[in-house]
Design a protein around this ligand. Structure first.
Ligand code: GLN
Length: 540
């Protein structure tokens, strides 16, 4: 029977529940258990697809086209197993299901209430991934902080589940903060005690406490937390700030988090975790033989989480190249003809980020013109690819007024166009071209060289597309279409024939980069940046 682990958070948000959940899952997976992680988010949006990245960071897209929380990205990057729509549920989705059922008459005669109807729907969804015993262990992360009004139905659902599924199949991990007061030179346990009390008031006794702290906890402090929070002393886990999130699984291994979880769930701890591949990756990450500076040009650069998967894909690709990738964030609204050389001149590569709307577009196009003309490796993702197409149309094909019709519906040269299917779309939520689609690569291109095979599948999240009316003009002038969707001829990858490395992808390669499988295009791009850097050093 599938076992369930619930992860709640207390005291403060941003303690890294997603990373702790992913790290625990990694350790359990390394011991041979099949594990998945799901996230329940207490907000009312049906999914984060319509949220501004400033609100909630990046929107992560799964194979099946679900727009989800960025924590699912961590789950995939750590476990190398794809997630799906079922792995991310919001309060909005729960209520929508219950209200739809009410309209259908499923509750005829009854008053529909938070308890039991909403909590029953939460429980049903929490158990869904455990059906057919597909997984040995399902880890469920509850978003938000215990004590928030909106988290209450989730905590109540967890309380009830203990009795529904049986105590031997059930475990609660509570993540808290143990702050350090520098004036008193002391770590303080009171916030943790209060946070656990909050859970207890709602009938949930956590089995394990993971304590985020800037300083080691010490035996006495662990004892104190154990005594006041009703947990055994070995179930008080220290989680210190780590240099890289990829250190956390090994930290948790040292704290024996996986062993305690398995013991409490009455599962065998005989097989030691096999983390060879993980350690090799960490070894390369921490011992680079070269270093490059790569710029990310985007309009959300103030908020790192907005481009989370891109940053992580660079970590994976950096390690694969044994190269330290230093990211330089460049605000697209601040790039213009006058300062572009100063901003980009000393970089070994430039990535132009995905995005929506017209803000910052001209800065992106200016940056692309500069790297195209100065032969600096370029990687355009989604909107970044579309900007590369517009730039080429304007400055090489001489279609000076070329634009994407997202920016100007009346442009005389709509080189980036809206698909017929998209023209009828009125609703904004979940209506983009979403999820995995096949792509056929042309031999003897940089894309083919990177992937080393002819057919690939990548994930999408966009409404606009390359306008095939202009295809021949582009191809004739040196912009190749190296990847095309075999079902509908949509252009998926463009690249320049005469340039060290200039590639644009209509899809989002960053979503499929994992520790075990660094994304080939990111690996190829970083490799080109390393070459650029060493060529420059040689000529100096
Ligand atoms: N705004 C563009 C589109 O909808 C690009 C989207 C993106 O970069 N994800 O097609």
């Amino acid at each position: 029977m599938t076992k369930f682990v619930f992860v709640t958070g207390g005291v403060s948000s941003s303690l890294g529940k997603g990373i702790i959940s992913a790290s625990l899952a990694k350790l359990l997976q390394a011991r041979g258990y099949s594990v998945t992680i799901q996230k329940f988010d207490p907000y009312i949006n049906i999914d984060p697809g319509t949220l501004n990245p400033y609100e909630h960071g990046e929107c992560y897209v799964t194979e099946d086209g679900a727009e989800t929380d960025l924590d699912l990205g961590h789950y995939e990057r750590f476990l190398n197993v794809p997630t799906s729509q079922a792995n991310n549920v919001t309060t909005g989705r729960i209520y929508q299901t219950v209200i739809d059922k009410e309209r259908k008459g499923d509750y005829l005669g009854k008053t529909v209430q938070v308890i039991p109807h909403i909590t029953d729907e939460i429980k049903r969804r929490m158990l869904l991934l455990g059906e057919n015993n597909k997984y040995d262990i399902v880890i469920t992360e509850i978003g938000g902080t215990v004590g928030d009004i909106e988290s209450l139905p989730y905590v109540e659902a967890i309380r009830q589940l203990k009795w529904d599924i049986g105590t031997q199949n059930y475990l609660v991990i509570h993540l808290t903060l143990v702050p350090y007061l520098s004036a008193a030179k002391e770590l303080k346990t009171k916030p943790t005690q209060h946070s656990v009390k909050e859970l207890l008031e709602n009938g949930v006794q956590p089995d394990i406490l993971v304590c985020r702290s800037e300083h080691p906890l010490g035996q006495e402090l662990r004892k104190k937390i154990a005594r006041f929070c009703n947990v055994s002393i070995n179930a008080v886990i220290e989680s210190l700030d780590a240099k890289t999130i990829y250190d956390v699984p090994l930290r948790m291994l040292k704290e024996k988090l996986d062993k305690i979880v398995l013991t409490k769930l009455k599962l065998s701890t005989k097989k030691e975790p096999d983390l060879e591949q993980w350690k090799t990756f960490l070894g390369k990450l921490k011992n680079p033989t070269s270093e490059v500076k790569i710029g990310i040009v985007g309009k959300y650069v103030e908020l790192q989480d907005a481009y989370k998967s891109i940053h992580e894909a660079f970590v994976h690709a950096g390690a694969a190249n044994e190269c330290k990738v230093n990211i330089v964030s460049i605000h697209s609204e601040e790039v213009n003809d006058k300062n572009v050389a100063e901003k980009l001149g000393n970089l070994s590569g430039v990535l132009v980020a995905p995005g929506f709307g017209s803000r910052g577009i001209e800065g992106k196009i200016t940056a692309i013109k500069y790297v195209r003309e100065n032969e600096i490796p370029f990687f355009g993702i989604c909107l970044g690819m579309q900007c590369a197409v517009v730039e080429f149309a304007r400055n090489v094909l001489n279609l000076k007024k070329a634009k994407s019709i997202e920016v100007d519906a009346k442009t005389p040269h709509p080189v980036i166009n809206l698909m017929e299917k998209q023209k009828k779309v009125k609703k904004m939520g979940g209506t983009m071209r979403l999820g995995a689609a096949p792509c056929k690569l042309t031999k003897a291109t940089k894309a083919y060289q990177a992937y080393g095979k002819a057919t690939i599948s990548e994930r999408h999240r966009h409404r606009y597309e390359f306008n095939n009316k202009y295809l021949k003009d582009f191809n004739d002038s040196g912009m190749l279409t190296s990847g095309v969707n075999p079902d509908n001829e949509l252009v998926e990858i463009i690249e320049l024939k005469d340039h060290p490395w200039f590639v644009g992808a209509q899809f989002h390669p960053e979503l499929k980069s994992t520790v075990a499988n660094p994304h080939p295009l990111f690996v190829g791009f970083v490799k080109a940046a390393v070459k650029q850097n060493s060529d420059k050093n040689k000529s100096n």
